[in-house]
Design a protein around this ligand. Structure first.
Ligand SMILES: [Zn+2]
Length: 199
């Protein structure tokens, strides 16, 4: 009898622990779930409640993103649309050897490297445009936040540039220009730069 009594007590205690454990576990999960619901619902509720005042705040940065200007104060075109064979629709423009190059958009420097042809390559982008510039002596770094019109470097002939007779300008005093390509990230297509360079 005593042995059976002990066994019964053990089973009863085991049940109490088991049920208590389930209740505790269930309680903890319920609390976590409630907190998750609260944190996920709060921003949505706030945004919905302030819908009318949020719209103009979004409009201002949007104009900021679509703004575009020439990368020089003054320039001339040295080559029309080209680069289709390597996925671009670029133009070559020049402000003269050593001319100041300025940022054509409000954006961030996302790449700065020398490609396999020796071209110094600078990529500036925002939510709308990805602008690629080649051949210059650039003075900015990856991660820099640029304001449209801000100085970013000087015109040079770094990499593969040609003289008027079509001869490469490696180590020679010729071929100064900026190769400019503009990708519209909204469409995934290159933009004819002349449509944006027009005043
Ligand atoms: Zn070019």
């Amino acid at each position: 009898m005593e042995h059976q009594g002990n066994a019964f007590t053990f089973v009863a205690i085991a049940w109490i622990f088991l049920i208590g454990g389930i209740l505790l576990w269930d309680g903890a999960v319920t609390v976590e779930f409630t907190q998750a619901r609260l944190t996920s619902l709060t921003p949505t509720a706030v945004a919905t409640g302030q819908n009318e005042s949020v719209t103009p705040e979004i409009a201002a940065p949007a104009e900021n993103q679509t703004a575009f200007r020439a990368p020089y104060v003054q320039y001339f075109v040295t080559q029309g649309l080209h680069g289709f064979s390597y996925g671009q629709m670029a133009v070559d423009i020049s402000g003269g050897k050593g001319a100041e190059i300025i940022s054509p958009i409000n954006g961030e420097v996302t790449a700065f490297y020398i490609d396999q042809s020796g071209n110094t390559t600078l990529i500036i982008e925002n939510q709308v445009y990805q602008v690629t510039l080649l051949h210059g002596l650039y003075e900015v770094n990856i991660g820099d936040q640029l304001t449209i019109g801000q100085r970013i470097g000087m015109e040079s002939n770094q990499g593969y540039t040609l003289d008027m007779q079509g001869n490469p300008c490696w180590g020679r005093d010729c071929g100064y220009h900026t190769h400019l390509n503009i990708l519209d990230k909204r469409t995934g297509q290159n933009v004819d730069p002349f449509t944006l360079l027009q005043p």
